[in-house]
Ligand binder design. Structure first.
Ligand code: NDP
Length: 256
């Protein structure tokens, strides 16, 4: 039924060429949305766009470094002209991390993580707002992290940037409900992507993670994209302001 379809919906997913963003682009397209995505690498982006075309998905894209204010503005101009000034779904996925003990971080590390994760999310919400409002049925999904909820050694800048995203989720849910825009947040635990490849290649590290994770494995990207997709469906029309962990039970586990 139409409650379980994104037919006629337009979506923007930042960072769609790899990892969680890639799975989100594909799943939104499988539910019949028309998707726009971006990344910093033209060659890889073109490759993905061709693959999606071959699969019969409607996916468009252009290069954008989400940490650059002028490139964000350009991106949203492209999205607006591709989608006639209307956007139903904005998935703020692009994010990065630098892992160090707090006292070792440089001002550059701080700026890199904060501008990529938080400044970009905030500004892209400001920029997409008129398009989301114009669609008459808007939905924002932020990709946060379990590291925003509990201390898991991800690095304190990353944790702070994601915790700010969690509160932004709630602020926008309340401020923009009048415009028929919902705002929700998905907080993944370790998920098999290039971002954490080097960590999950380390057996000792993985064992430590799994020792605290009731579902004794690392997540697959499609296990995160399914929740993102659900939150965008008409079926989720009364859900807003929520932060949902996709974590195999990690955040509710004390010890046993
Ligand atoms: P990956 O590094 O595997 O993929 C990131 C994607 O975003 C790539 O397509 C990358 O392309 C793009 N990207 C990165 N930086 C930028 C930028 N500045 N501007 C535009 N695009 C960019 O990351 P994940 O899929 O693992 O992570 C996605 C989100 O999920 C992040 O917000 C991350 O914090 C979060 N997350 C991930 C977890 C995990 O275990 N993997 C756990 C919890 C949260 P390119 O580099 O070419 O620009």
């Amino acid at each position: 039924s139409s409650r379980w379809s994104l037919k006629g919906f337009t979506a923007l997913v930042t960072g769609g060429t790899r990892g969680i963003g890639h799975a989100i682009v594909e799943e939104l397209a499988e539910f019949c949305a028309t998707v726009y995505t971006c990344s910093r690498n033209q060659e890889e982006l073109n490759k993905r766009l061709n693959e999606w075309k071959e699969k019969g998905f409607s996916v468009y894209g252009s290069v954008c470094d989400a940490s650059s204010s002028s490139q964000r503005e350009e991106l949203i101009q492209n999205v607006a002209s591709s989608f006639n000034g209307k956007l139903n779904i904005f998935v703020n996925n692009a994010g990065t991390n630098v892992r160090k003990p707090t006292i070792e971080y440089t001002a550059e590390d701080y700026s890199k993580v904060m501008t990529t994760n938080l400044d970009s999310a905030y500004h892209l919400c400001q920029l997409t707002y008129p398009l989301l409002k114009e669609s008459g049925n808007g939905s924002i999904v932020f990709i946060s992290s379990v590291g925003s909820l509990t201390s898991v050694g991800t690095g304190s800048i990353y944790a702070a940037s994601k915790a700010a995203i969690n509160q932004l989720t709630k602020s926008l849910a309340c401020e923009w409900a009048k415009d028929n825009i919902r705002s929700n947040c998905v907080a993944p635990w370790y998920t098999k992507t290039p971002l954490v490849e080097h960590l999950i290649a380390n057996e000792e590290f993985v064992n430590q993670v799994l020792s605290r994770t009731p579902i004794k494995r690392i997540a697959e990207t499609h296990e995160v994209s399914s929740l993102v997709t659900f939150l965008c469906l008409p079926a989720a029309s009364y859900i807003t302001g929520q932060i949902v962990s996709v974590d195999g039970g990690f955040t509710v586990n004390g010890f046993q």
